[in-house]
Ligand binder design. Sequence first.
Ligand SMILES: [Cu+2]
Length: 145
Amino acid sequence: MAKAPKQAPMLSTPTSSTGTPTPTPPASLPPVDTGDASKVESNSTGKRPNPADAGQGFTVEGTEFAFSPKVLTVSTGQKVRVTFINKGAVSHNFVIDGVVNGPIISAGSKTVVEFSAPDKAGAYPMYCSVGSHRSSGMEGQLVVK
Ligand SMILES: [Cu+2]
């Protein structure tokens, strides 16, 4: 009598997967702001005007035969802008030797000349180089201090 070995029943314990993954909500993404191009940076307060760089503006009128005003006073090395207006009846210009040589403009017109004042203090003659206007009185001074 052979005893048949009793086959042990296969105890297959099905692994009950109780780990139902709880859907985790997606990590809170940082809000992405689109359309933020209208950001205006108003940072104009950081700029301090430098008096030496700001320049100085003058208006000089030329007639037969004089400049008005006759004297312009500036600082050494300063940027200068002169609006030269021909209030006369003939052409004139605005010249300071070695500093500025303005164009000859016709009566009734005007021009803007820009230059840097000399680094050396002193009085520099400004004049009109047309014809004999200078000797007739179209002369003044750029005083550099
Ligand atoms: Cu002139």
